[in-house]
Design a binder for this molecule. Sequence first.
Ligand code: NAD
Length: 515
Amino acid sequence: MTDPYTAALPDTDALRILAAKSLNRCGAEPPAEGDSGDLVCRTPVTGGTLFFLPCAGPDQIDSAVTTAHATFSTWRTTPAPQRGRLVKRLGELLVEHKGDLADLITLEAGKIRSEALGEVQEMIDICDFAVGLSRQLYGRTMPSERPGHRLTECWHPLGVVGVVSAFNFPVAVWAWNTAVALVCGDTVVWKPSERTPLTAVACDALLARAAADTGMPAGVHQLVLGDRATGERLVDDARVALVSATGSVRMGREVAPRVAARFGRCVLELGGNNGAVVAPSADLDLAVRGIVFSAAGTAGQRCTTLRRLIVHEDVADQLVDMIVHACHRLPVGDPFAAATLVGPLIDAQAYEAMTQALERARADGGKLLTGGEPRLRDEAPQARYVTPAVVRMPTQTEIVRAETFAPILYVLTYRTFEEAIVLHNDVPQGLSSSIFTRDQREAERFLAVDGSDCGIANVNIGTSGAEIGGAFGGEKATGGGRESGSDAWRAYMRRATNTVNYSAELPLAQGVAFL
Ligand code: NAD
């Protein structure tokens, strides 16, 4: 720890100790200075360096997969409700350490306190869900066409699940995958984002503690720290039955063919470019709150961030004025400060990407209505704070169709509902969407088969802030994966169809006669 800002945060002590202990558990002390090849662990709050952590080399990745693979042979035969006990204990430990873990998320990902606490709550919620699931991994019984036969489906554990995660939900996405995979009887190897390794070390330590407390094998979960090359090695390992990868579309384009080439399975949770339609009948006060939270929350760094506002021309000027006014009042700054609503961008590259996107938008005829200004903090010159931008665009140009991972809201207008749907769907990504309207016909049409083409479609709420109970994921370039609630667990298991003949005859299906 070399950063004076973090040294002044007593609440993170517990997790720092936990993180350090966990490093010891892996046989590695955090070095005072980094060696070449070490991960440099930074905080976006100050831009300063926190830790140097050793990257997992090829031998460590291989050993992590070997352990997870070996543990799978006993874990898969442990009854699912017993597997649930491990996840239940993990949930209890998350409750116990909620505040400390939230501090670590703020420190490492720059989320404001309320959102960091929300992320930990999401982990607790998915643990609850998975514990219930451990008694509900239902298969179907179908009527057999043959007399004296029983036809059923049975779900079995799949194997080792490789989890590759992004910086912006450093731990919730891990929990979605891990809690569900563990009750399904899989073991997990986690490659977290190179930009958020500390939260990963803390979660790994909590899971190890949960395993010790419940007498379950610690080998069910393995952590490999590293960058893209570490991820590639994990993805290429044929013993990894399922790769659940969360990150940019670019990453998905690389991962998907590699996994397919070895006939592995993928759950892809990739970038979004989420739109909201605002109809003339909308409750504008309500819409503004939903829009500003979705567009500026997490400093525009959610996969579900609202990036495109498609508003009816009759209410466009009024709504845009209200949004600009609300954005002006958003406190941008230190995410540890109670009043702050918009924290830092993750790093200088993110700021560069935002600046370039705004320049492109202006060159395309866009008018910047507010935001895009750096907010410098004297005590943190390396950090990148920026005011959320709102840009009115004449048309949906290429820059609008691309995901820039920063707080930019492009505003487009429409005349007819059909035009709004065409504009809305005319982007490569298909994650989240919403409509603000009091017209029930419009709302239903937005949700219908020829309405929004996204994995998530909402009415009168914004595009971000999903609950764990539903399946989460998106279509098109977002990758088609589903995680979290509903029946997303099926991706973590393999299905066997069983036919049992309990008669003394041997009738063949489709009436085929033989012998
Ligand atoms: P990123 O693609 O840069 O990295 C994500 C993870 O993939 C990291 O752990 C990285 O090391 C790893 N990685 C990168 N290239 C790889 C490769 N070729 N092989 C194996 N692993 C590789 O993404 P990021 O900047 O950390 O996160 C932001 C992006 O993630 C945004 O596009 C956002 O929309 C997306 N995201 C999507 C979801 C979702 O559920 N759909 C959730 C969170 C974030």
